[in-house]
Unconditional design. Structure first.
Length: 166
């Protein structure tokens, strides 16, 4: 083998440090995107019971320009409304009866979310992972099973609350 062939073959398969950095950045971005998609993206719109049957569709309502948005359900009790302001969820603890629907109203001035505790993994009650809603929007969920359910605004985890279902 002459000297020209040896110099061509000696670099084959080797990558510079810069190329490795680019490869790792691309792989990291793909992994981050997958993790975000599976753990932070808005979950489906149904609350499934243990048999896998949908119980209640999650409703969202965005503000309409120039007029007050109509309620999503006539059965929603004003007492079962939680308002998010810049200071957090109010009331911070809400007690409802099994089968009642809770509606969250965003009056914080920014986009927000409603996710089950604990932050950041949202695993205590997956149906409560309602996702994001913009300022003026609403999210609703029917609670069929008695228990205590913690939630928070994933975008500001210091804003949290509890729903007690009797």
């Amino acid at each position: 083998m002459d000297e020209t062939e040896q110099s061509k073959n000696s670099g084959y398969g080797k990558k510079s440090v810069g190329q490795w950095i680019v490869i790792y950045v691309i792989i990291g971005a793909i992994i981050y995107g997958l993790v975000y998609f599976f753990f932070s993206a808005k979950k489906g719109g149904y609350n499934y019971n243990q048999t896998g049957q949908p119980q209640q569709q999650i409703t969202t309502q965005q503000p309409t320009s120039g007029s007050q948005a109509a309620p999503t359900s006539t059965s929603t009790n004003q007492q079962n409304t939680v308002t998010l302001t810049q200071d957090g969820f109010s009331p911070a603890t809400l007690t409802v009866k099994a089968g009642e629907t809770v509606t969250w109203v965003n009056k914080s001035g920014t986009d927000a979310t409603v996710h089950s505790g604990p932050h950041p993994i949202h695993t205590s009650y997956p149906p409560l992972n309602l996702g994001s809603f913009s300022n003026g929007g609403t999210l609703s969920l029917r609670f069929d099973k008695p228990g205590t359910y913690s939630y928070h605004n994933h975008l500001n985890s210091s804003q949290n609350g509890t729903i007690i279902v009797q």
